[in-house]
Design a protein. Structure first.
Lengths: 110, 110
DNA sequence: TTTATTTATCGCAATATTACGATATTTTAA
DNA sequence: TTAAAATATCGTAATATTGCGATAAATAAA
C-alpha cells in the first residue's frame, strides 16, 4: 500500500509523529540549527548554507511550516523564518515524559 | 531524484535526523509509548496494540532498532524490546540546545 | 513601466516508505 | 521427531518523499 494508516491513532500520537516527521531529514536539522544559532531570522541565507537547490529548500521549509515547526513572514522580497517554540516544547514534553517513565522502571531486562 | 543527499552534512546532523526519522510515524510513537509505560519489556503484545499486521510491526521494530532507538533481545520464542535510553538522551540534548539558543535570542521578529 | 531579486510552485523522475500476505526461521512443547 | 507459537524476512503493490530545473509570483529598485 504505502500510505500511513492514521485513523487508528489518537490525536496526540499523530501530532508528535508529525513533528518528528517534519524534522526527519538532515537538511531540516541543519535549518533548525541555523535558525537557532542566528539572532535574527534567516531568509535567503538558508539556501546558501545547504547543498540543495533553492526550490528544494523552499519545499522543506513549506513542509516544516505545515507541521508548525517554523513560521515564515514575508519581508519585502524576502521571507524570514523562525522556529515555532511551541513545537519544540511539545517534542520536549513527549521526550520528558518517556524519559521519566523509563527512570521509574525497575530494570527487568535490557 | 528521491534519495536524500547525505554526503554534505556533518555526522551529528545525520545522527539526529536518523533518530527523528526512526520516530516519524504514529505506529512508532505508539510503540515508544507502550515500551515506556510498561514496567517489563513488551514482546508480542506490541502487535495486538497496533492496527497493523504482524509483519508490518516487525518492520517498524527493525527500523527503530537499526537507528538505535530500541534494542531487542530474543527470549525463547519471543523477542523483547526496550527503549535505548541513550537515543532519547541524544534527542533531548538536541532539543535542549535549540531551546537554550532560542531563549537567548532577542526577539527581532516572529 | 521595466528590470532585478527573492521566494514559491509546478512538473517530472528517482528513490524510499508503508503495508500486506506468504513463508521462513527459531525455539519450546508434545 | 513433530507440531506449535512467535518473529523475521521476502516479494510485491501503492503511496510518499526527495530533488531538480523551469517558471510563476511578488516586491523593490531603476
Amino acid at each position: 500500500m504505502g500510505a500511513t494508516k492514521t485513523e487508528d491513532y489518537n490525536e496526540k500520537t499523530l501530532r508528535v509523529a508529525a513533528l518528528f516527521q517534519a524534522l526527519a531529514h538532515p537538511a531540516r536539522i541543519a535549518i533548525i540549527e541555523q535558525l537557532a544559532k542566528s539572532d535574527t531570522c534567516q531568509c535567503g541565507e538558508l539556501v546558501s548554507e545547504l547543498p540543495l537547490a533553492q526550490s528544494t529548500v523552499s519545499q522543506h521549509l513549506k513542509a516544516m511550516g505545515n507541521a508548525g515547526v517554523i513560521t515564515g513572514t514575508v519581508e519585502g522580497t524576502a521571507t524570514c523564518y523562525c522556529i515555532d517554540r511551541k513545537s519544540i516544547r511539545q517534542l520536549m514534553a513527549f521526550l520528558d515524559k518517556v524519559s521519566g517513565q523509563l527512570e521509574r522502571q525497575d530494570q527487568k531486562c535490557c
